[in-house]
Design a protein around this ligand. Structure first.
Ligand SMILES: Cc1cc2nc3c(=O)[nH]c(=O)nc-3n(C[C@H](O)[C@H](O)[C@H](O)COP(=O)(O)OP(=O)(O)OC[C@H]3O[C@@H](n4cnc5c(N)ncnc54)[C@H](O)[C@@H]3O)c2cc1C
Ligand code: FES
Length: 259
């Protein structure tokens, strides 16, 4: 299986559309849809060979029936800008699915799914794992993209915006407090300050908490050690208090990482 993950795959783009300012949604046709898990990512290669390193983008949705995967990404530099100009029928190369994904083997619990900014798309497939039964908290700087799609999962969706234009004014933690939300386990993805606040919130309430981390990456498969973060315990593979976001993560038990 490790070998397969390193093999470059070429996929056809089924469709691509803009879903918000600078944010694009791309469906690709790939047999990887049969093995992908929420929380994993694909490492996408640019057609422009001057951009050697692949760009990690999380899996937003998986359609096993149609054999496709959805990626939602923000244009933040040259690589993602290149992707945004691709359209239906074009090809894209990638390796993946990479990383561990969210733990789905924990006993069914009262779950809270939290996403912030471009950390929101990776939570959609996970939300579909808890139909009508979890609390979803989404934090935006302003425009609430993908909100209706989260609502279609049947679970309750709570929104926070920095400027107060939608939902609670403030952060995801403000929305949780305002709505008196409770849960046994939290799954979160978003900017580092949000993850720190969520980790602290979970710690104070003694809640289980899993966070999806982001680091600049090179190989994406655990070989270059370019994406390490500090951990509480010694990593069995590395023999130091560090973990590779690409291989040991990107999802970590919040208790195990120093952020
Ligand atoms: C596990 C993981 C999942 C991610 N999922 C998503 C997602 O679903 N949607 C989304 O919009 N973005 C996601 N990102 C961030 C995304 O990888 C970067 O925005 C993207 O690589 C930027 O590439 P660029 O060429 O446009 O920018 P440039 O700034 O030109 O990139 C230069 C180099 O830095 C790397 N880089 C720059 N920013 C980041 C970053 N934030 N994280 C990692 N590498 C970076 C690039 O891969 C590239 O090698 C994810 C990152 C990680 C690590
Ligand atoms: S990117 Fe090479 S070890 Fe993670």
């Amino acid at each position: 299986m490790e070998e397969d993950k390193r093999k470059k795959e070429t996929a056809f783009i089924i469709r691509q559309e803009q879903v918000a300012e600078n944010i694009f949604s791309m469906w690709i046709n790939t047999p990887s849809s049969q093995v992908a898990k929420p929380g994993q990512f694909l490492n996408l290669f640019c057609h422009d060979k001057s951009r050697l390193l692949p760009r990690p983008i999380s899996i937003c949705e998986i359609d096993r029936l149609r054999g496709s995967i959805r990626l939602v990404y923000r244009v933040s530099g040259k690589g993602t800008d290149e992707f945004s100009h691709l359209s239906s029928g074009d090809t894209i190369q990638f390796i993946g699915p990479l990383g561990n994904g969210f733990p789905l083997d924990i006993p069914q619990k009262d779950a809270m799914i939290i996403g912030g900014g471009i950390g929101i798309p990776p939570m959609l497939e996970l939300a579909k794992e808890f139909p009508s039964s979890c609390k979803i908290v989404l934090g935006y700087s302003n425009f609430p993209f993908l909100k209706e799609e989260f609502e279609k999962t049947g679970s309750s969706v709570y929104v926070a915006t920095e400027n107060g234009s939608y939902g609670t004014k403030g952060t995801v933690v403000s929305a949780i407090m305002e709505n008196y939300l409770k849960a046994n386990v939290i799954f979160a993805c978003g900017p580092l300050p949000m993850l720190r606040a969520v980790k602290q919130f979970a710690k104070v309430r003694n809640m289980e908490c899993y966070i999806s981390m982001e680091e600049k990456m090179a190989c994406g498969v655990g070989a270059c050690l370019g994406c390490t973060i500090d951990t509480v315990d010694v990593n069995g593979h590395l023999n130091v208090k560090k973990a590779r976001v690409c291989k040991d993560g990107p999802v970590f038990n919040a208790k195990e990482v120093i952020i």
